[in-house]
Each structure stands twice: as structure tokens, then as C-alpha cells.
Design a protein around this ligand. Structure first.
Ligand SMILES: *Cc1c(COP(=O)(O)O)cnc(C)c1O
Length: 405
């Protein structure tokens, strides 16, 4: 992505000339893939991410994790469409993956690559979800996982790690510092590095979201796909999947990508608006999964948005909490703060005239709300507490009717 050099089968590391700044981009023989897969062939395959094996960087017969990743549902959300201000709105609910986030897609491929390389130990730095997905997939096949998380990672995510038997290192520092420590540790100890921004195979795992959107919606592919952005791998992967399915003739046109960051961690929004390269900036937001000041895959993220004719927007933490509440109330979908940030960004982009209200949109809800219960309670408030007494209930309902008159 930086110097333009090309390599054969260098699938787990960055460009040797550029180091971590030189993220590689995997290219497949799409003509061969077109001959191998079409809607009829796919119809006979298992409903998980391995249905697209010709488009994934795995050797034939590769061992994979024993948990089912992908083929998450796309739900129509007409009531939420009204709130967002678009003609129609669909949600792809990534909370339905085995460890309850989009990251399972990347870790599935990461663990398969680690097994193919005969690694014994896999490691990553993570705000939480990459970690829990890696720990879960590793546990299913008996790999040891070493996980670096910033001190601020929400407790439910840390609980997942511990339950999956990972060696957890909580780092007194920011995510960006945690990431650097993990990079050095992988180099020093020879662990398989699952950090998505430097390991190009992981974006290929994330790509399966885009492959699915195209296969699941076909001619109904939306005008916009909204995705929250931290390091940038999720939006880059989703876009790559959509592009490949266009090349394979599953869809006739491509959506525009809407990248959404938090106001307090918006280096990609600034780079996009000022039409320049990335400058790392501060990172402060309650949406921990996108609390990233130095996005490691910024080139791919910017390329996805520019190539698609899309846009980047930033949303406040209050807007994210509102989206959390409204996605729950109006669509029955419970996302963590970063999980619904894309949705909050969609509403903002409509209000700002970036997304026309006649357009049809899809928001990827990237992680489950159960991952961050503290924020959920902030978004939704507290329940009433009563004694087990009919009169007390009646008085309460009189005071607070279910429907305002
Ligand atoms: C990691 C993550 C993101 C952002 O993905 P990047 O590849 O870092 O841009 C968004 N939402 C959730 C829930 C995540 O875990």
C-alpha cells in the first residue's frame, strides 16, 4: 500500500521494505474464482465464512477453528429508517458471531493461517473484540493465545478472554501503546501476529462481510454501507468483498462506503476532509473499539471511501448513545457503542446532505451491546424498582402511562 512492490504468497507480514507502514493487499486470481463460484455453487455450501474459500488466503484442506463464523443476518429496519432519515435501512448484525463481534471474521482466518504455519502461539493487541475472537478461535483448536489489552478495556470483553483461557496482559497505557508493545513481543518471541493492520490475511477475513452483503442482497444491494472505523480494516475489508463480488458478477453496481469515527478519535475524518495523508491524533471516546488515534490501516480505509465515492463523518458520544438506544427501541438490535456508531453516522450524514434521503442504506452493527453493559445503561437509563404490590404498580402506571396521551 506504500511503495507499490508486489510479492508472491507473502500472506502474514507487511512489506519487508516498508515495515508496518507498508501494509500488503492480497490479490486473487479473480478469473479463476469466477469459474469456481457462482450463486448456484454457493447455495450448496455451509453458511459460514468458509463458503468463500476460493477468495480466502488458505491452502487447500486447511484446518480451521471449530466455531461458526459469518453468514450473519441482514434485518430490515423500517422504523429505524425513519429515525435515520433514509428510504430504507437494513442492519447486518455482527453481534451474532460466536464471540459477538465482527472480529470473529478476521480471527477465523488468522487462526487458520497460524495453523497452516504450524505456529503454537498467537498474539494480538486489541481494544477487546479482536482479542476475544482470537482467544475463542484459538481455544477451539488448542492454540495458546497471548492478548494485550489497554487498561480501559470493558470488563465483559476481558471476561471473555479469561474464560477462553488466554494469557491476558493488561497494559497501563493507550491502545496505540498496547499495539506497539505487542508488535515488539511478536518479533521477540516469534508468536503469530494477528494484528489486522499489519497482517494482510486478516482483512481478507473481514472481507467476508462484503462478500455476504453482495450474496445476501444481490440486486437489492444498497446505495450506502455505513461502517464504524478504528484502525480501518473493517471498512477496507467490507469494501474489498463488495468489489470482488462485483467482479464475479454477483452484483451489478457498488454501494458508497460511509466511514464513521467518533468526534474524539477522528484522524481519518480529518485526513479525508483535508484530502491529505493520515496524521495520528488524540483518541477519546466511550466507543472503545474505535478509540484509535493512530489507525494502522489508514491507506486502505481512505482508499475504500474515496474509490466508492463515499464519505467520512464523525459523531459525538451522545449521538452514539442515542443510536444505541434507538437501534434497540426501533429495531430490536443491541449494539455496543462502536457497533452502532455507523448508524449514528448515517443519521448525521443524512442531516448534512451527504446521504440523500431517497437512498437505501445498510449499517453494519459491528458488535453486541452485551460487550459494554455500562454504556448500555447510560444510553437506556434505569428500571423502576417496586415492592411486589398491585396498588404500588397501579400508582406507578398512572404516574408513568405506557403511552403518553
Ligand atoms: C474493531 C471494531 C471496529 C473497527 O474496526 P477497525 O478495523 O479497527 O476499523 C468497529 N466496531 C467494533 C465493534 C470493533 O470491534
Amino acid at each position: 500500500m506504500r511503495c507499490g512492490a508486489r510479492y508472491r504468497r507473502r500472506l502474514d507480514d507487511p512489506c519487508p521494505r516498508c515495515g508496518p507502514e507498508g501494509v500488503l493487499d492480497v490479490e486473487f486470481d479473480l478469473a479463476a474464482a469466477r469459474r469456481a463460484i457462482n450463486p448456484r455453487v454457493l447455495a450448496g455450501r455451509a453458511r459460514d465464512q468458509w463458503r468463500y474459500r476460493e477468495l480466502l488466503p488458505l491452502p487447500a484442506g486447511a484446518r480451521v477453528a471449530r466455531v461458526q463464523v459469518g453468514w450473519t443476518p441482514i434485518e430490515d429496519a423500517p422504523r429505524l429508517a425513519g429515525w435515520a432519515g433514509v428510504r430504507s435501512l437494513r442492519l447486518k448484525d455482527e453481534g451474532r458471531n460466536p464471540t459477538a463481534s465482527f472480529k470473529d471474521r478476521a480471527s477465523g482466518v488468522g487462526v487458520a493461517r497460524a495453523l497452516a504455519r504450524r505456529a503454537r502461539v498467537v498474539a494480538c493487541a486489541s481494544t477487546g473484540n479482536a482479542a476475544s475472537s482470537l482467544a475463542g478461535a484459538a481455544a477451539s483448536v488448542g492454540l495458546t493465545s497471548v492478548i494485550f489489552v489497554p487498561e480501559s478495556a470493558p470488563e465483559p470483553k476481558v471476561a471473555q478472554l479469561l474464560v477462553f483461557g488466554a494469557r491476558v496482559v493488561r497494559v497501563k497505557g493507550s491502545y496505540d501503546e498496547t499495539w506497539e508493545l505487542c508488535q515488539r513481543a511478536c518479533a521477540a518471541y516469534g508468536w503469530y501476529n494477528r494484528n489486522a493492520a499489519v497482517n494482510p490475511s486478516l482483512v481478507e477475513g473481514k472481507k467476508t462481510c462484503g462478500l455476504e452483503i453482495a450474496e445476501q442482497l444481490g440486486p437489492e444491494v444498497p446505495d450506502w454501507v455505513a461502517v464504524s472505523v478504528g484502525d480501518g480494516c473493517t471498512i477496507a475489508g467490507t469494501w474489498k468483498g463488495l468489489r470482488e463480488m462485483r467482479a464475479l458478477n454477483f452484483i451489478e453496481r457498488l454501494p458508497r462506503m460511509l466511514g464513521v469515527q467518533a468526534e474524539g478519535a477522528r484522524p481519518l475524518v480529518d485526513a479525508f476532509e483535508q484530502m491529505r495523508d493520515l496524521r495520528p491524533g488524540p483518541a477519546r471516546t466511550l466507543a472503545d473499539s474505535i478509540c484509535v488515534g493512530h489507525p494502522r490501516n489508514w491507506r486502505k480505509a481512505l482508499r475504500a471511501v474515496r474509490e466508492s465515492g463515499g464519505a467520512f463523518v464523525a459523531v459525538s458520544d451522545e449521538a452514539i448513545l442515542e443510536a444505541m438506544r434507538e437501534a434497540g427501541r426501533l429495531a430490536g438490535v443491541f449494539g455496543e457503542p462502536a457497533g452502532v456508531a455507523g448508524l449514528a453516522g448515517l443519521r448525521k450524514a443524512v442531516a448534512e446532505g451527504i446521504v440523500p434521503s431517497r437512498d437505501r442504506a445498510l449499517a453494519v452493527v459491528t458488535g453486541s451491546g452485551l460487550k459494554d453493559v455500562k454504556s448500555a445503561m447510560r444510553a437506556a437509563g434505569q428500571p423502576v424498582t417496586l415492592r411486589p404490590d398491585d396498588a404500588e404498580l397501579a400508582a406507578y402506571l398512572k404516574d408513568r402511562p405506557l403511552w403518553a396521551t
